[in-house]
Design a protein around this ligand. Structure first.
Ligand code: 1HE
Length: 265
Protein backbone atom coordinates (compact mmCIF):
# COMPACT_ATOMS: atom_id res chain seq x y z
CA UNK A 1 0.00 0.00 0.00
CA UNK A 2 1.38 3.43 -0.91
CA UNK A 3 1.78 5.80 2.01
CA UNK A 4 3.95 8.83 2.66
CA UNK A 5 4.45 7.55 6.19
CA UNK A 6 6.01 4.37 4.83
CA UNK A 7 8.13 6.11 2.22
CA UNK A 8 11.73 6.96 3.04
CA UNK A 9 12.02 10.72 3.51
CA UNK A 10 13.72 12.52 0.67
CA UNK A 11 15.49 14.88 3.04
CA UNK A 12 17.20 16.78 0.22
CA UNK A 13 13.76 17.95 -0.92
CA UNK A 14 12.99 19.82 2.32
CA UNK A 15 15.73 22.01 3.77
CA UNK A 16 15.73 23.80 7.10
CA UNK A 17 17.63 26.91 8.07
CA UNK A 18 17.46 28.48 11.51
CA UNK A 19 17.39 32.25 11.96
CA UNK A 20 17.24 32.66 15.71
CA UNK A 21 13.80 31.66 16.91
CA UNK A 22 12.46 31.28 13.34
CA UNK A 23 12.95 28.13 11.27
CA UNK A 24 12.83 28.51 7.49
CA UNK A 25 11.50 25.30 5.96
CA UNK A 26 12.11 25.23 2.20
CA UNK A 27 10.51 22.93 -0.34
CA UNK A 28 13.57 22.17 -2.39
CA UNK A 29 12.66 20.29 -5.54
CA UNK A 30 12.69 23.15 -8.01
CA UNK A 31 13.23 21.06 -11.15
CA UNK A 32 9.83 19.47 -10.41
CA UNK A 33 8.35 22.78 -9.28
CA UNK A 34 8.38 21.44 -5.71
CA UNK A 35 5.78 18.81 -6.57
CA UNK A 36 4.79 16.88 -3.47
CA UNK A 37 6.22 13.38 -3.85
CA UNK A 38 5.78 10.82 -1.09
CA UNK A 39 9.45 11.26 -0.21
CA UNK A 40 9.01 15.03 0.07
CA UNK A 41 5.93 14.67 2.29
CA UNK A 42 7.78 12.23 4.55
CA UNK A 43 10.67 14.70 4.73
CA UNK A 44 8.28 17.54 5.55
CA UNK A 45 6.91 15.47 8.44
CA UNK A 46 10.40 14.70 9.71
CA UNK A 47 11.62 18.30 9.38
CA UNK A 48 8.66 19.63 11.40
CA UNK A 49 8.98 16.85 14.00
CA UNK A 50 12.68 17.68 14.46
CA UNK A 51 12.27 21.42 15.04
CA UNK A 52 14.06 22.30 18.26
CA UNK A 53 12.23 23.70 21.29
CA UNK A 54 13.95 27.02 20.64
CA UNK A 55 11.93 27.46 17.42
CA UNK A 56 9.01 29.79 18.07
CA UNK A 57 7.71 30.31 14.52
CA UNK A 58 8.21 28.76 11.10
CA UNK A 59 8.28 30.12 7.56
CA UNK A 60 7.41 27.62 4.82
CA UNK A 61 8.59 28.61 1.36
CA UNK A 62 9.53 27.10 -2.00
CA UNK A 63 12.76 27.14 -3.98
CA UNK A 64 12.79 28.27 -7.61
CA UNK A 65 10.05 30.04 -9.53
CA UNK A 66 7.07 28.41 -7.78
CA UNK A 67 5.90 27.67 -4.28
CA UNK A 68 4.48 24.27 -5.18
CA UNK A 69 2.93 22.48 -8.19
CA UNK A 70 0.84 20.17 -5.99
CA UNK A 71 0.78 16.41 -5.88
CA UNK A 72 3.57 14.70 -7.81
CA UNK A 73 1.43 13.39 -10.65
CA UNK A 74 4.08 10.87 -11.71
CA UNK A 75 3.34 8.92 -8.53
CA UNK A 76 -0.41 8.92 -9.07
CA UNK A 77 -0.65 6.89 -12.22
CA UNK A 78 -0.60 3.36 -10.80
CA UNK A 79 -2.69 3.73 -7.63
CA UNK A 80 -5.91 1.77 -7.22
CA UNK A 81 -8.88 3.09 -5.21
CA UNK A 82 -7.75 1.75 -1.85
CA UNK A 83 -4.21 3.00 -2.36
CA UNK A 84 -5.59 6.40 -3.32
CA UNK A 85 -7.68 6.57 -0.15
CA UNK A 86 -4.78 5.58 2.09
CA UNK A 87 -2.44 7.90 0.27
CA UNK A 88 -4.75 10.85 0.80
CA UNK A 89 -5.15 9.97 4.47
CA UNK A 90 -1.37 9.66 4.87
CA UNK A 91 -1.09 13.42 4.21
CA UNK A 92 -3.46 14.38 7.01
CA UNK A 93 -1.18 13.80 10.02
CA UNK A 94 1.57 15.73 8.23
CA UNK A 95 -0.65 18.72 7.48
CA UNK A 96 -2.18 18.47 10.93
CA UNK A 97 1.28 18.70 12.49
CA UNK A 98 1.70 21.98 10.64
CA UNK A 99 -1.76 23.32 11.48
CA UNK A 100 -1.90 22.09 15.06
CA UNK A 101 1.76 21.98 15.99
CA UNK A 102 3.53 23.90 18.71
CA UNK A 103 4.23 27.13 16.81
CA UNK A 104 2.66 29.34 14.13
CA UNK A 105 3.63 28.76 10.49
CA UNK A 106 3.76 31.50 7.84
CA UNK A 107 3.64 30.44 4.17
CA UNK A 108 5.62 32.61 1.73
CA UNK A 109 3.91 32.15 -1.64
CA UNK A 110 5.11 32.91 -5.14
CA UNK A 111 4.45 31.46 -8.59
CA UNK A 112 2.25 28.38 -8.65
CA UNK A 113 0.32 27.69 -5.47
CA UNK A 114 -1.77 24.93 -6.98
CA UNK A 115 -3.52 21.71 -6.08
CA UNK A 116 -1.81 20.07 -3.12
CA UNK A 117 0.44 23.15 -2.91
CA UNK A 118 -2.60 25.27 -2.11
CA UNK A 119 -3.79 22.61 0.33
CA UNK A 120 -0.41 22.77 2.05
CA UNK A 121 -0.56 26.56 2.20
CA UNK A 122 -4.04 26.32 3.73
CA UNK A 123 -2.63 24.30 6.64
CA UNK A 124 -0.39 27.26 7.54
CA UNK A 125 -1.66 30.06 9.77
CA UNK A 126 -0.67 33.14 7.80
CA UNK A 127 -0.09 33.31 4.06
CA UNK A 128 1.94 36.02 2.32
CA UNK A 129 1.60 36.10 -1.48
CA UNK A 130 3.85 38.05 -3.80
CA UNK A 131 2.44 39.45 -7.03
CA UNK A 132 3.73 36.48 -9.07
CA UNK A 133 1.60 34.02 -7.08
CA UNK A 134 -1.39 32.31 -8.64
CA UNK A 135 -3.87 29.99 -7.02
CA UNK A 136 -5.65 27.08 -8.72
CA UNK A 137 -7.03 23.61 -8.18
CA UNK A 138 -6.16 21.75 -11.41
CA UNK A 139 -7.56 18.54 -9.92
CA UNK A 140 -10.77 19.26 -11.82
CA UNK A 141 -9.03 19.19 -15.20
CA UNK A 142 -6.89 16.19 -14.27
CA UNK A 143 -9.99 14.09 -13.54
CA UNK A 144 -9.17 13.77 -9.84
CA UNK A 145 -10.26 15.34 -6.55
CA UNK A 146 -8.53 17.22 -3.76
CA UNK A 147 -6.97 14.84 -1.24
CA UNK A 148 -4.84 16.97 1.06
CA UNK A 149 -7.59 18.40 3.24
CA UNK A 150 -8.50 21.09 0.70
CA UNK A 151 -12.24 20.45 0.85
CA UNK A 152 -12.15 21.15 4.58
CA UNK A 153 -9.61 23.97 4.87
CA UNK A 154 -10.08 26.01 1.69
CA UNK A 155 -13.85 26.65 2.00
CA UNK A 156 -13.16 28.09 5.46
CA UNK A 157 -10.92 30.67 3.82
CA UNK A 158 -12.81 31.52 0.64
CA UNK A 159 -16.22 29.80 0.87
CA UNK A 160 -17.51 26.57 -0.66
CA UNK A 161 -18.92 28.32 -3.72
CA UNK A 162 -15.54 29.77 -4.73
CA UNK A 163 -13.76 26.45 -4.32
CA UNK A 164 -16.52 24.77 -6.32
CA UNK A 165 -16.01 27.33 -9.11
CA UNK A 166 -12.21 26.83 -9.07
CA UNK A 167 -12.59 23.09 -9.52
CA UNK A 168 -15.47 23.11 -11.95
CA UNK A 169 -14.06 25.75 -14.26
CA UNK A 170 -10.29 25.54 -13.71
CA UNK A 171 -10.32 29.18 -12.63
CA UNK A 172 -6.91 30.58 -11.77
CA UNK A 173 -6.82 33.40 -9.24
CA UNK A 174 -4.00 35.92 -9.76
CA UNK A 175 -2.30 37.01 -6.53
CA UNK A 176 -4.26 40.20 -5.80
CA UNK A 177 -7.61 38.61 -6.46
CA UNK A 178 -6.63 35.57 -4.42
CA UNK A 179 -5.74 37.80 -1.50
CA UNK A 180 -8.98 39.77 -1.85
CA UNK A 181 -11.06 36.58 -1.48
CA UNK A 182 -9.05 35.30 1.48
CA UNK A 183 -6.55 32.88 -0.03
CA UNK A 184 -3.74 34.86 1.67
CA UNK A 185 -3.68 37.68 4.20
CA UNK A 186 -0.80 39.74 2.74
CA UNK A 187 0.08 40.87 -0.80
CA UNK A 188 3.64 42.06 -1.47
CA UNK A 189 5.76 42.95 -4.50
CA UNK A 190 7.45 40.30 -6.66
CA UNK A 191 10.20 38.49 -4.76
CA UNK A 192 9.22 39.99 -1.41
CA UNK A 193 7.15 37.17 0.10
CA UNK A 194 9.98 35.50 1.99
CA UNK A 195 11.26 38.75 3.50
CA UNK A 196 7.79 39.75 4.68
CA UNK A 197 6.99 36.25 5.93
CA UNK A 198 10.23 36.20 7.91
CA UNK A 199 9.47 39.61 9.43
CA UNK A 200 5.99 38.42 10.44
CA UNK A 201 7.37 35.18 11.90
CA UNK A 202 10.00 37.11 13.86
CA UNK A 203 7.23 39.28 15.26
CA UNK A 204 5.19 36.18 16.20
CA UNK A 205 8.25 34.67 17.84
CA UNK A 206 8.30 37.57 20.31
CA UNK A 207 4.79 36.74 21.56
CA UNK A 208 4.37 34.66 24.68
CA UNK A 209 4.45 31.02 23.46
CA UNK A 210 1.22 30.19 25.30
CA UNK A 211 -0.60 33.02 23.55
CA UNK A 212 0.50 31.67 20.16
CA UNK A 213 -0.45 28.15 21.19
CA UNK A 214 -3.90 29.26 22.35
CA UNK A 215 -4.42 31.11 19.06
CA UNK A 216 -3.46 28.31 16.71
CA UNK A 217 -5.21 25.59 18.71
CA UNK A 218 -8.12 27.57 20.11
CA UNK A 219 -9.40 29.81 17.32
CA UNK A 220 -10.04 27.13 14.64
CA UNK A 221 -11.73 24.86 17.16
CA UNK A 222 -13.82 27.62 18.69
CA UNK A 223 -14.98 28.54 15.18
CA UNK A 224 -16.48 25.06 14.84
CA UNK A 225 -18.23 24.98 18.20
CA UNK A 226 -21.64 26.27 19.19
CA UNK A 227 -21.20 29.84 20.50
CA UNK A 228 -21.87 28.83 24.07
CA UNK A 229 -19.14 26.17 24.01
CA UNK A 230 -16.79 28.54 22.23
CA UNK A 231 -17.25 31.19 24.90
CA UNK A 232 -16.44 28.69 27.64
CA UNK A 233 -13.32 27.54 25.80
CA UNK A 234 -12.30 31.17 25.26
CA UNK A 235 -12.57 31.87 28.98
CA UNK A 236 -10.62 28.75 29.88
CA UNK A 237 -7.84 29.62 27.44
CA UNK A 238 -7.81 33.21 28.72
CA UNK A 239 -7.40 31.98 32.28
CA UNK A 240 -4.58 29.60 31.41
CA UNK A 241 -2.68 32.02 29.18
CA UNK A 242 -2.84 34.98 31.55
CA UNK A 243 -1.66 32.87 34.49
CA UNK A 244 1.79 32.38 32.89
CA UNK A 245 4.59 34.36 34.60
CA UNK A 246 5.52 35.80 31.20
CA UNK A 247 2.03 37.26 30.77
CA UNK A 248 2.18 38.88 34.19
CA UNK A 249 5.62 40.36 33.44
CA UNK A 250 4.38 41.80 30.13
CA UNK A 251 1.31 43.39 31.72
CA UNK A 252 3.45 44.83 34.55
CA UNK A 253 5.86 46.26 31.96
CA UNK A 254 3.03 48.12 30.24
CA UNK A 255 1.70 49.45 33.54
CA UNK A 256 5.12 50.76 34.63
CA UNK A 257 5.59 52.43 31.23
CA UNK A 258 8.35 50.12 29.88
CA UNK A 259 6.12 47.89 27.74
CA UNK A 260 5.20 48.69 24.10
CA UNK A 261 2.10 50.68 23.20
CA UNK A 262 -0.19 49.92 20.29
CA UNK A 263 0.83 52.26 17.45
CA UNK A 264 -0.93 53.35 14.29
CA UNK A 265 0.69 51.64 11.27
C1 1HE B 1 5.51 17.97 -12.20
C2 1HE B 1 4.41 18.61 -11.59
C3 1HE B 1 3.53 17.81 -10.81
C4 1HE B 1 5.53 20.09 -12.69
N1 1HE B 1 3.80 16.50 -10.71
N2 1HE B 1 5.72 16.67 -12.07
N3 1HE B 1 -0.70 19.76 -10.16
C5 1HE B 1 -0.88 20.21 -11.40
O1 1HE B 1 -1.73 19.77 -12.14
C6 1HE B 1 0.06 21.29 -11.84
C7 1HE B 1 1.02 20.73 -12.86
N4 1HE B 1 2.11 21.65 -13.15
C8 1HE B 1 1.96 22.75 -13.94
O2 1HE B 1 0.87 23.12 -14.35
C9 1HE B 1 3.21 23.49 -14.29
O3 1HE B 1 4.31 22.60 -14.13
C10 1HE B 1 3.49 24.74 -13.41
C11 1HE B 1 2.46 25.84 -13.76
C12 1HE B 1 3.42 24.44 -11.91
C13 1HE B 1 4.90 25.26 -13.69
O4 1HE B 1 5.07 25.42 -15.09
P1 1HE B 1 6.55 25.50 -15.70
O5 1HE B 1 6.43 25.80 -17.15
O6 1HE B 1 7.40 26.40 -14.84
O7 1HE B 1 7.21 24.03 -15.46
P2 1HE B 1 6.96 22.69 -16.32
O8 1HE B 1 7.84 22.74 -17.54
O9 1HE B 1 5.53 22.42 -16.54
O10 1HE B 1 7.49 21.57 -15.31
C14 1HE B 1 8.87 21.39 -15.04
C15 1HE B 1 9.05 19.93 -14.64
O11 1HE B 1 8.31 19.70 -13.44
C16 1HE B 1 8.48 18.97 -15.66
O12 1HE B 1 9.25 17.79 -15.58
P3 1HE B 1 10.42 17.46 -16.66
O13 1HE B 1 10.95 16.15 -16.22
O14 1HE B 1 9.73 17.46 -18.00
O15 1HE B 1 11.39 18.59 -16.54
C17 1HE B 1 7.09 18.68 -15.13
O16 1HE B 1 6.57 17.42 -15.58
C18 1HE B 1 7.37 18.64 -13.65
N5 1HE B 1 6.16 18.92 -12.87
N6 1HE B 1 4.44 19.93 -11.91
C19 1HE B 1 4.86 15.94 -11.32
N7 1HE B 1 2.48 18.34 -10.18
C20 1HE B 1 -3.37 15.43 -2.27
S1 1HE B 1 -4.25 15.56 -3.66
C21 1HE B 1 -3.64 16.93 -4.51
C22 1HE B 1 -3.94 16.77 -5.95
C23 1HE B 1 -3.17 17.72 -6.78
O17 1HE B 1 -2.29 18.43 -6.33
S2 1HE B 1 -3.60 17.74 -8.40
C24 1HE B 1 -2.72 19.06 -9.06
C25 1HE B 1 -1.39 18.63 -9.60
Amino acid sequence: MVSSRQTAPDLASVQVEHRGAVALVRLSRPTKRNALSDGLMAALAQRFAELPDTTRAVVLHGEGDHFCAGLDLSELKDRDAAEGLHHSRSWFPILREIEFGRVPVVAALHGAVVGGGLELACACHVRVADETAFFALPEGMRGIFVGGGGSVRLPRLIGTHRMMDMMLTGRVYPAAEGVSVGMAQYLVGPGEALTRALALAERMATNAPMTNYALIHGLPRIAEQPADHGLLMESMLAGIVQSAPEAKARVRAFLDGSGPKVKTP
